[in-house]
Design a protein around this ligand. Structure first.
Ligand SMILES: [Fe+2]
Ligand SMILES: [Fe+2]
Length: 321
């Protein structure tokens, strides 16, 4: 004796309704494997300095740094990623301050990393230690440290911020506190922590390193206190592609956002050719096959922020050449 199809269907519908009422989900009710491969929400893309520069210079017409919005930033937007940050783990922005302006002191759960791009007179005060930021300097603001920025120069200053805020958001721990008052009092003497990585030191290190086939010459900024990455989830790198170099391709489970400090070249990302020049940014999503080339006659210098430390800590870092 066979059970009518309509009876099976209605039994299944009743069962599904009972599951829902009990707050349960039976993934085997859907066709396909239990764990379905998911394409990366983060896409390969480039952001051009020729687009960014005029727009960041116009931003003071529409925004003054102060309580509320806090920072005059333009965030690099990768539309597929939640909240449109530049990567699913890394948020990169360009920040702008006019002479005399202060970005008021606050603290927040995300770690932040500044890399100085243009102008003289920018500083960041972290827990009372003031760090003057010159072109190519990197300054780290660890999670929950008080920090304010200012511009004591005669012209505008521009730097790039990289934050692990998408990771913190995923972990449901995004939080920020305003400081009482605009700027912290500055303490005299040596800083309490090593948070300022100078351009001269990183660039000098590049000249001493041996090339590797995938990145040519690569230096990771390392926290001298721990020997590890500058913040727990993200690593920062300075890289030189010597004239004529074409690197071998590889895939990594990590992702990266690059900034071109100087020079020009191109990166092939999953078969797409991304040509880049000074000031440009580009993003490499997880597992994308990528190789860099510098066909020119001058060295190309790239700064990048990558989520390699996070992937390593979780046991998910893999590389395939
Ligand atoms: Fe901040
Ligand atoms: Fe790579």
């Amino acid at each position: 004796m066979s059970v009518p199809v309509t009876d099976i269907q209605s039994a299944r519908e009743q069962y599904t309704a009972s599951l829902r009422a009990a707050g349960l989900d039976a993934p085997w009710m859907e066709p396909g494997p239990l764990i379905k491969p998911k394409a990366s929400a983060m896409r390969a893309r480039a952001w051009r300095w020729r687009d960014i520069e005029p727009l960041i210079h116009r931003s003071p017409e529409f925004m003054a740094p102060g309580r509320g919005a806090e920072r005059r930033i333009l965030r690099l937007d990768n539309p597929g990623v939640p909240e449109r940050t530049s990567g699913h783990t890394i948020s990169v922005a360009v920040q702008y301050l006019l002479p005399g302006e202060i970005a008021p002191a606050h603290r927040h759960t995300p770690n932040a990393i500044r890399f100085m791009l243009h102008g003289e007179g920018a500083y960041t005060t972290i827990e009372g230690d003031k760090f003057v930021m010159r072109r190519g300097d990197l300054v780290v603001t660890p999670s929950m440290t008080w920090h304010d920025h200012g511009n004591e120069g005669a012209g505008p200053v521009i730097w790039t911020d990289a934050l692990d805020s998408p990771v913190v958001r995923y972990l449901e721990n995004l939080a920020m506190d305003p400081y009482e008052g605009e700027a912290q009092p500055v303490r005299a003497g040596a800083p309490a922590r090593h948070l300022h990585y100078r351009w001269e030191a990183a660039h000098g290190e590049l000249q001493r390193r041996q090339p590797d086939p995938f990145d040519d010459i690569l230096v990771e900024y390392r926290d001298p206190a721990t020997g590890g990455s500058v913040v727990p989830a993200l690593g920062c790198y300075l890289q030189m592609l010597r004239p004529g170099v074409r690197t071998r391709a590889h895939r990594e489970t990590s992702s990266a956002v690059y900034h071109v400090v100087s020079g020009a070249g191109l990166t092939e990302i999953d078969g797409d050719r991304v040509e880049w020049g000074e000031g440009d940014f580009f993003a490499i999503p997880p597992r994308a096959r990528h190789a860099h080339a510098n066909p020119g006659t001058a060295p190309a210098i790239l700064y990048s922020v990558q989520d390699v430390p996070l992937l390593r800590a979780l046991g998910f870092y893999r590389v395939e050449s």
